[in-house]
Design a protein around this ligand. Sequence first.
Ligand code: C5P
Length: 413
Amino acid sequence: MSYLSGKNILLGVTGGIAAYKSAELVRRLREQDAVVRVVMTAGAMEFITPLTLQALSGHPVATDLLDPAAEAAMGHIELARWADAVLVAPATANFIARRVHGRGDDLLTAVCLASAAPQAVAPAMNRGMWEDPATRENIAVLEARGIRVFGPAEGSQACGDSGPGRLLEADELVEKLAGLFSTAELAGCRVLVTAGPTREALDPVRYISNRSSGKMGFAVAAAAAEAGAQVTMVAGPVALQTPERVERIDVVTAAEMQQAVLGQLDGTDIFIAAAAVADYRPQAVARQKLKKSAAHLTLELERNPDILATVAAREDAPFSVGFAAETESMEQNARQKLQAKLLDMIAANRVGEHLGFDADENALQVFWEGGSAELELARKSVLARQLIALVAERYHHKHNDDKVIKLHAKDPA
Ligand code: C5P
């Protein structure tokens, strides 16, 4: 889950032994749903074939600045405009030197010169070349121009030396590249998210639960972290990986979730309740496994606390966002919940028919007092980012209004 989803990434590959690692990098980028186009220098093609990177990226690899056919298909200016970000990995000492001097004598340097997109280089070279004063100065120049330098890592090198100069691993490069797109919309904010279902035990082996996969809540937590927030997520039992930079607290029951949430509330600016909390729990949990002796079995259930409503009703309530899974009269039900639970915002989704629970895609209608927004069918990661952008906007809006109200209250006139 990252900011790379749907992004056009232009990967430049230059001629070093680490060029073979660019194949893995292309795969990792595509796993993040990035669209990848590769430009190779002549040197790179001595180490790895364009066919490999074409097969992995799903696009023809561009190699030649002066090839009329290639220029007609997608020329260097078009490539430069197409890119949302340019990453050169591996970047040799020679490429870095040419980049510093603004050379445009091959396709890759020409694209880099022409592109206004954020750019990064991932150096890979022998440690002596990395430590040479010429390279040190060149790197400083690139950094001063706003070109990001990823790595290099230290360790054993292909030439037998050991020291700085190794290409960063593909996963690290992907994470750093994603960082180029992270916004600071929620920088300095503490965000608390609930995610997943809860389980309410009937006996030592059985429980009541629901079909929530937790995917939306996890995507929301990831998006909030990418927006610069400090994020804590209280998660019910789900089989999902914790997103980067998110602190996770695992719970099982609604009561445990409530306790964890209340324990984390201090200093929380924004609370987003994406969990599908079980509304009821068995009144008594059988100590032993229930026997199937009777023809009928009646379960007595009691209401679970409404965590979101409890939080939003507090005097020091954070900006509170709820979800509403509806099968009918979506707007009416969502707006009614917005008011009843004293929420700042509610995101409603239609459930059933492959939507909502357990799906990878969803669509949301978001409501707040005096406004609404439609977030069309998209991957949950994409939706979560759109939702976080809305939350950030409304949160800052409310915050500024609060400041104005306080100022007026102090004003004796
Ligand atoms: O009332 P309803 O269950 O439809 O409300 C859904 C919203 O309330 C979701 O944001 C959910 O996370 C939250 N909720 C909660 N505690 C409950 C029930 C729902 O926080 N016990």
